[in-house]
Design a protein around this ligand. Structure first.
Ligand code: SF4
Length: 62
């Protein structure tokens, strides 16, 4: 499963980077997926970060 951040939706709470720093980073005021970690969508912690993102900007898809 792929994980990405919809930058248009992200409002920069940094929650994702705080919850799962191995997968998410916080750059220029937005959450981003670290390069090479785009396939981490199956990680339960990443799924939780998606559920808890206040703007629902963390996208998990096939
Ligand atoms: S938790 Fe959501 S709103 Fe906050 S930085 Fe991450 S993607 Fe953006």
């Amino acid at each position: 499963m792929k994980v990405s951040v919809d930058r248009d939706a992200c409002y920069g709470s940094s929650d994702c980077a705080f919850r799962v720093p191995a997968v998410f980073d916080f750059v220029d005021g937005y959450g981003v997926v670290r390069p090479g970690r785009e396939d981490a969508g199956d990680d339960p912690a990443v799924r939780e970060a998606a559920e808890k993102c206040p703007s629902r900007a963390v996208v998990i898809e096939e």
